[in-house]
Design a protein around this ligand. Structure first.
Ligand code: GLA
Length: 725
């Protein structure tokens, strides 16, 4: 619901449990509040704002006030507000001053799509509205349209910004944040998701220092090192209790997210495209659309925030036939064979996979060009006949005859120097003429800021998908950007390459995924190096990490679940000793850790013992029974792996009729203390049956007394299912 109080000039955006309030004060748009829901229509400026003149501040407002100390909704550079700006523009005369005043607003039902960018969406009948507020810089003719999507039941608010050049000269955008939030409080903490290859998204929580803190990426991808997510919290906020304000950028390229704590009691948070090495030329009449920021407030702790993100992303970010349906339990040959395979080997792996009930055989890297290692052939998307003499269609048919579907790996954004494509088009990669091109994993990056390159990708990948019955695509991207330049853009537009690349990538993804709606797409980037909402808009699941060790995965999946639902995580059971860390864990635990995600196996099942194969059959069966609960249910993280050797997850169906309690013990304790885990999210007044033992519990006993857990063995795991009577 969006209300405008004409008299006070106050906008009140209300979701079922939150309020977001702005007001126009002396023609300037101020941020007044974001938090627990307030009654609409009765707030006044005097109640919402403590406006005081301050010594030594430039006074650009009446009554001795300054935008430097007022909570601004969309601060700009150049006048009195000397804090981090949300907008920085260079005009034709070289000046960089922008002062935005309020112009107008409009309220729309539903939510318009963002031009060329991924975003959350509304469906017919959803209680979603959009508020657009237009601000103007009267001196230059620049207009800024702030958009707010209000998801009432989902409890989320989205923000994005469109900058329009209404003047008569070109301007250069230097910084456009998607959202900026002035909290009228200090002493907050920041939660974010730092990582690296194979240990992505290990949550870190730190006090917001006086000064400025940011997490960011300048790698041309959202990256494994940081995720475009940051939340501010009050220091007493825990998993289950307290206030948390989360921000997540629907974007897969360079970003910054941060907080600036200043001396007058304000903490300014911001998120958007990274301004470093970014410029965007805007000719008269042109506009620039920022990516969308998703804002989620919860007074029910970090877990409450995660559940809101999960529901929104599951249902109003992911799209297509696979959004709501159960997906495929798959087998992938990567860790089983790496590059060393041929058609017979793949068929042998597939046969065993079919016998345990798996749905899909994914052929990973190495099927094209003359690729025997990672030195060649990226870009040459035609079959490597030495390995697959019967072609992709022949192999796919063989797999289909076993009762399984067939899937394929691609790395469409890349080019090997040893490839026909590179020999034909040496200028198609990102590069700067006359300078060396730095390889990473022996490959360069195609210049997706170019239309001809994107057309080539769309055409070639579509051609392969038409050539054989391919039901699944793994879209990989295995390096970050260097020498970011494009052969086609003029000098003054070279600062646009990073963002133009993203627009080109999104165009390719839109074209290919919509032309093949029956194909399930999974994104990947050296494991989980581009796990972000931008990618989830096109592909409903992402390969979470190249680290497949069950113990490490508990932590990686926990961090990922801070923002992203389990339904979006590709999770595989792999061989032991584990290829990344050498750890030996039982097949049971490996299955239990992978099962809440999109389950796959990434090993040669022919090498397992009979007992292990029985266990795998059981796991696949159980997964098919519980998949819906894991993927549509609400997640309660009852114990997190950074608290000690016990991790407990609980998935509760939206109607509270079914729950899965997943327990993992990574280290046994001698003479272990009693441990009880209290469940959450159940119907306290209902009775639940433990489906394995038949024991009946009341919801209130499960939630207030809890279940006993015994930590008496390394790598112990169990999944207990409770059904409402
Ligand atoms: C990346 C992926 C792996 C695998 C390899 C193939 O590292 O994350 O799963 O596909 O590429 O080269």
């Amino acid at each position: 619901m969006i209300c405008y109080n004409e008299q006070e000039k106050i906008f009140h955006l209300k979701t079922c449990r939150t309020s977001y309030i702005m007001g126009v004060y002396e023609n300037t748009l101020l941020h007044l509040y974001w938090g627990d829901a307030l009654e609409t229509g009765c707030e006044t400026f005097a109640q919402m704002l403590q406006a005081r003149g301050r010594s030594f501040c430039a006074t650009d407002m009446p009554d001795g006030l300054s935008t430097d100390t007022l909570p601004m909704e969309f601060p700009t550079f150049g006048s009195a507000d000397l804090r981090t700006p949300a907008l920085h523009v260079r005009y034709a005369d070289g000046s960089r001053i922008t002062r935005l005043t309020y112009d107008s607003y409009r309220i729309l039902d539903g939510k318009p799509a963002l031009e060329r960018l991924p975003a959350t969406y509304a469906e017919a009948g959803d209680d979603v509205q959009t508020l657009e507020i237009t601000l103007c810089d009267t001196y230059s003719g620049l207009r800024v349209v702030l958009s707010y999507g209000v998801f009432h039941t989902m409890d989320a608010i989205t923000r994005s910004v469109r900058v329009e050049n209404g003047g008569s000269d070109s301007v250069t955008l230097l910084n456009v944040m998607s959202a900026c939030l002035d909290f009228q409080q200090l002493g907050m903490e920041m939660l974010h998701l730092p990582g690296a290859w194979a240990r992505e998204r290990f949550p870190e929580r730190v006090p917001v220092m006086r000064g400025k803190m940011t997490v960011d990426s300048l790698r041309g991808a959202s990256s494994a090192l940081h995720n475009p997510f940051a939340a501010l919290l009050e220091p007493d906020t825990t998993e289950r209790h307290g206030r948390v304000w989360g921000m997540n950028l629907v974007y897969s390229g360079n970003f910054t997210a941060g907080a600036e704590a200043e001396p007058y009691g304000c903490t300014r948070a911001f998120i958007g495209i990274h301004p470093f090495d970014f410029t965007w030329n805007l000719a008269p009449g042109e506009s620039f659309q920022s990516p969308e920021a998703v804002l989620v407030f919860s007074a029910n702790g970090i877990g409450g925030m995660s559940r809101i993100f999960h529901r929104l992303y599951r249902t109003r970010l992911c799209r297509g036939a696979f959004r709501d349906s159960e997906r495929y339990a798959l087998i992938n040959n990567w860790e089983a064979t790496y590059f060393n395979f041929n058609s017979d080997k793949i068929a042998h792996i597939a046969e065993k996979a079919a016998s345990v009930g798996l749905d899909l055989m994914v052929l990973d890297d190495g099927w094209f060009g003359h690729r025997d290692n990672d030195h060649s052939s990226l870009g040459d998307w035609y079959v490597y006949k030495k390995k697959l003499p019967e072609g992709l269609d022949g192999l796919a048919e063989k797999v289909n005859n076993m009762g399984m579907r067939f899937g394929l790996w691609f790395e469409p954004e890349m080019i090997s120097e040893d490839s026909d494509l590179y020999r034909a088009h040496p200028d198609w990669c990102l590069h700067v003429a006359g300078r060396p091109r730095t390889p990473s994993r022996n490959q360069l990056i195609l210049d997706l800021s170019r239309k001809d390159v994107c057309d080539y990708i769309i055409e070639t990948i579509s051609g392969v998908l038409k050539s054989a019955p391919i039901a699944y695509v793994k879209w990989d991207m295995n390096r970050n950007m260097s020498e970011v330049g494009s052969a086609l853009l003029p000098a003054e537009q070279q600062g646009e390459v990073y963002h133009r690349y993203m627009l080109g990538l999104y165009r390719c993804l839109e074209a290919i995924t919509s032309a093949f709606p029956q194909v399930l797409f999974e994104s990947c980037s050296g494991g989980g190096g581009r796990f972000d909402p931008g990618m989830l808009y096109y592909m409903p699941q992402t390969w979470t990490s190249d680290d497949t060790d069950a113990v490490e995965r508990l932590m990686i999946q926990y961090g990922t679940s801070i923002c992203y639902p389990y339904s979006s995580m590709g999770c595989h059971v792999s061989a032991v000793p584990n290829h990344q860390v050498g750890r030996v864990t039982p097949i049971r635990m490996r299955g239990h850790v992978a099962m809440p995600g999109q389950l796959g196996y990434e090993l040669d099942l022919n090498k397992l013992t009979d007992d292990e194969i029985e266990e795998v059959k059981q796991q696949v069966k159980e997964y098919k029974q519980l998949g819906e609960l894991f993927h549509q249910g609400d997640l309660y993280r009852l114990k997190n792996p950074d608290e000690g050797p016990v991790t407990v997850l609980l998935f509760v169906s939206p109607d509270q009729c079914k729950a899965a309690f997943c327990l993992y013990v990574t280290k046994a304790m001698a003479n272990a203390p009693h441990l009880r885990i209290r469940l959450d999210g159940l119907d306290a007044t209902a009775q639940y049956r433990d489906t394995a033992t038949g024991e009946i519990y009341s919801g209130s006993v499960l939630m207030h007394v809890g279940l006993p857990c015994i930590c008496d063995a390394d790598y112990k795991s169990e999944i207990r299912v409770f059904e409402k009577l």
